[in-house]
Each structure stands twice: as structure tokens, then as C-alpha cells.
Design a binder for this molecule. Structure first.
Ligand SMILES: O=P(O)(O)OC[C@H]1O[C@](O)(CO)[C@@H](O)[C@@H]1O
Ligand SMILES: [Mn+2]
Length: 443
């Protein structure tokens, strides 16, 4: 099966609008954030901080101009761990096209250009050492966490209810809770800040009560396969006691979505459905709201410190899972590169091997889906397995609300019907999928 990468050939396409409007808006906000923090940089680093602020802004404005005037994509110059790999990727593209000019902001695959912009923001900061570690998206992520406080409290109270009565839970009740928390984590993905170009986008209503009204918007629901994967990973251990499998969660956004993932992870461990959870986050600030190590720790500390009994209890539990090694947080430079996941086995064999150790991989969010499927213009009826093109270190499931022009594994006619009823169905974030694939079931 063949499909073209999403590019900007179609003027007026979603990809085109992203690069033309959304990315410059995000960049302008980044510049503004750095400027607003000028005094902070002065207090911390004196005159050097001011110089760094000016220099960074000038590099970012230069990049915004390159973007808006469709200039060629430039090689990175910051000599970081992944610089070489980014530059090789660029050279490969230039080689494919035969000249350097043709690899430009509007003439390259959307996925590549979008990832590249976030990496260039990082470069601008890295070239100005006193402020290299400054996370330009931190304010937005923090704000979105605080704005969803009410929903977080509701969720932690729900979790406490399950944990308190867990000894008496029947298998059916366990399945019911599992389904609910999987859905909460799925819809948590609505709250990213990239689709709204950094505009406030937090969870305001009760995440549990909204579930049934959202059900009709789930286009693919393989949750039963996720459940059976967890059940079949349970094995009798040495002492005859059942031990469960390892679940890896490839995280997406900080704020409310991260809390929904932590609550799901807590439930999986406390109910005995999983033995261990490995979280995977980003090593640099990414796509406005994605989780970094700092966001991960900060969120757990804030949850612990909350003035709400069940919220702080949850936070304390999460901290001890981390301390005991039941939970772990990892990052790898591959997650912040433009590569499709079918390249992982060759381009990041160590990460691929790590993922092979899991019994189940949960991929959160839209960007992960674009990378799973190579962000191509697949027919909607093409199988998920075909779109993965050999990627499958372990059984995996994408939990994603649709925010980009790619969707596979639909029923015949389902895509056409959606297009006629709701032309924006692929990009509005209103629809979602729970889409599963297992390399074991491959013929
Ligand atoms: O946080 P998520 O779910 O990956 O969404 C981010 C998405 O937002 C966008 O910026 C909107 O198109 C996409 O590039 C990206 O896929
Ligand atoms: Mn994201």
C-alpha cells in the first residue's frame, strides 16, 4: 500500500494553514514570553541575561521571517547530542530533491517542518547559555494545570473510591473502571495547547460525567483488545502469585491530560492489571504543551501539595511509586525528532529495544499518531497494521483525538459519511480513536 506524505500541495489544506498561520502565531507568543521575562533574566544573570534575551529574540524573529517567506530549511549549528542526526535528515531530503532550495518551509513534509520549528526554538536558546534551560512554554502548561483543578479533584476522588473498595471488586467492575479511566485519558488529549496556538484549552467539566455523551464521537474502539492484552500478560510468579505485565505510556501533553494518564497508571498498578509503568516524555519543550521531565515532576509535586484530601493522597502515592521504581520516567532524543516510528528500529535501536520489553504500549495524542502512520494521506480503509509499516515492538494502542489529516482503519464508507456530515472531522479534536495493533496477531 502506498500513500503520499502530507505536504502543502493543497493550498488551503490544514497543513498549509498550520504553517502559514498557527506556527507564526506560536513563534510570536514565544518571542513575547521571552521579552516579558526580561527582568527575571536580569535579576538572575545581570547584563548577560539581557544580552541573551535580545540575542534569542533576534534569532527567533529571523526564523519567523524565514518561515513566512518560504526560505530553505537551514542546518542546525548548536552541536547538541541530536544536531548531527537533524542535519543528516535535512541532507537526505536535499538529496532526494536534488537541490537545497527545494527543502523549504512550505515545500517540505508538514511533520518535518513542524518538528523542525520546535527544534530551532531550542537552538536559539542553546546558543545563549545563561537562558538555555528556560522553557518558553512553561507558563502555558502551568496555567492549564491550574485551570483544570476542579476536574483533577473529581478524578482523584473517583480514583480514591475505586482504591478504597478494590478488594471487593468483581472482574466486571474492574473492567468497567478500566474502560472509564481509559476514556478519561483518551479525552484528556483534547486539552493540548498546540491546536489552539497556545490559547487556553483546559478541562472545565467533570471528566467522568461527560463520558457517555462523548461515546458517539469514538470512531474506532479497540478497548477490548487493550483489556485482553493486559489480562494475557498476567502470569503466575515464583511464589505462585499472579504478576502482571509492564505498560509503557508514551506521554503527550502536560496539564490535565498528564493527570488523566497518571490516574490511569495508578489504577493499572493498584488493581494488579500492571506490574510496572514506564512513562516516556520529551527531552526538550515540544509542541507547546508536551510533557518534559520537569513538567512530570512538577505535576506530581503540585498534586501532593494540593489542599484537597484525595488529590494530595494521589500525589503522595505517585511519588512513592516513582521512589519504589514501580513507575519510571524516561526520555530519549528520538521522541523530539521528525522521524516516523517505522524508522525507530534503525534510527534509535536502543529505544526500540526498550519498548520491546513492554507488554503494552499506549501512545497518547495526535502527533504520536502522525508518527505511527507516517503522516500520510492514507485511504481511510487502509488497515492500521499496513500504515504502521513494520513498526511494532510490542502490542500497542493509540489513544488520540483527531487533530490532523490522517486516519486509517475505518469501515468502508465511514470516512465519506463523516466528510459529508462534518467536513472538519479530522482536525477539530471532536472525534477520537482507541486503535490497537499487536505484532503477535500478524499472520
Ligand atoms: O498534542 P497532540 O495531540 O499531539 O496534538 C498536537 C497536534 O496539534 C497540531 O499542532 C495541530 O495540528 C498538530 O501538529 C499536532 O499533531
Ligand atoms: Mn502535544
Amino acid at each position: 500500500v502506498k500513500a503520499e506524505k502530507t505536504v502543502f500541495s493543497a493550498i488551503l489544506s490544514f497543513a498549509y494553514f498550520t504553517v502559514k498561520d498557527r506556527l507564526p502565531t506560536i513563534l510570536t507568543k514565544v518571542i513575547d514570553t521571552i521579552h516579558r521575562n526580561k527582568n527575571k533574566f536580569f535579576e538572575e544573570y545581570g547584563e548577560e541575561g539581557i544580552q541573551a534575551e535580545k540575542q534569542t529574540i533576534s534569532l527567533l524573529s529571523k526564523m519567523r521571517n524565514e518561515l513566512q517567506t518560504d526560505k530553505p530549511i537551514l542546518a542546525l549549528t548548536d552541536g547538541l547530542q541530536d544536531t548531527e542526526s537533524w542535519n543528516q535528515y535535512l541532507q537526505r531530503h536535499q538529496g532526494l530533491h536534488g537541490d537545497q532550495e527545494s527543502v523549504s518551509w512550505f515545500k517540505s513534509p508538514w511533520l518535518y517542518v513542524e518538528c523542525y520549528m520546535y527544534r530551532r526554538i531550542q537552538e536559539a536558546l542553546w546558543l545563549n547559555p545563561p537562558i538555555s534551560d528556560y522553557d518558553v512554554f512553561n507558563e502555558g502548561k502551568t496555567q492549564s494545570f491550574f485551570e483544570s483543578q476542579q476536574a483533577v479533584m473529581t478524578l482523584c476522588t473517583y480514583l480514591e473510591g475505586i482504591n478504597k473498595g478494590r478488594e471487593e471488586l468483581s472482574k466486571n467492575q474492574l473492567l468497567e473502571h478500566f474502560n472509564k479511566l481509559l476514556l478519561v485519558s483518551l479525552w484528556g488529549n483534547k486539552c493540548d495547547l498546540s491546536i489552539s496556538a497556545g490559547q487556553e484549552n483546559s478541562q472545565k467539566t467533570s471528566p467522568i460525567d461527560s463520558l457517555s455523551s462523548l461515546q458517539p464521537f469514538i470512531l474506532v474502539d479497540d478497548s477490548n483488545m487493550v483489556w485482553s492484552t493486559l489480562i494475557s500478560a498476567q502470569r503466575p510468579g515464583q511464589s505462585g502469585k499472579i504478576t502482571a505485565g509492564r505498560v509503557d505510556i508514551v506521554l503527550d501533553n502536560a496539564g490535565f491530560e498528564l493527570v488523566t494518564d497518571l490516574v490511569l497508571a495508578d489504577f493499572l498498578v493498584s488493581s494488579g492489571l500492571a506490574r510496572e509503568i514506564h512513562f516516556h516524555g520529551k527531552s526538550i519543550p515540544w509542541f507547546v504543551s508536551d510533557v518534559t521531565a520537569n513538567d512530570f515532576q512538577w505535576t506530581i509535586r503540585q498534586t501532593m501539595a494540593a489542599n484537597h484530601k484525595w488529590m494530595s493522597k494521589s500525589g503522595v502515592q505517585w511519588q512513592s511509586y516513582l521512589k519504589e521504581g514501580v513507575w519510571s520516567y524516561n526520555d530519549h532524543p528520538f521522541w523530539t525528532q521528525p522521524h516516523e516510528f517505522c524508522d525507530m528500529a534503525t534510527d534509535a535501536p536502543d529505544l526500540y529495544a526498550t519498548l520491546q520489553g513492554a507488554d503494552l504500549l499506549l501512545f497518547k495524542g495526535d502527533l504520536n499518531y502522525r508518527k505511527l502512520t507516517g503522516d500520510r494521506e492514507w485511504d481511510h480503509t487502509v488497515g492500521f497494521d499496513s500504515a504502521l509499516r513494520g513498526f511494532g515492538p510490542a502490542p500497542l494502542c493509540s489513544l488520540r483525538t483527531l487533530k490532523a489529516n490522517v486516519q486509517v482503519g475505518l469501515q468502508l464508507g465511514q470516512g465519506e459519511k463523516l466528510t459529508s456530515q462534518d467536513p472538519d472531522w479530522m482536525t477539530s479534536g471532536k472525534y477520537a480513536i482507541i486503535q490497537f495493533y499487536s505484532p503477535k496477531s500478524k499472520q
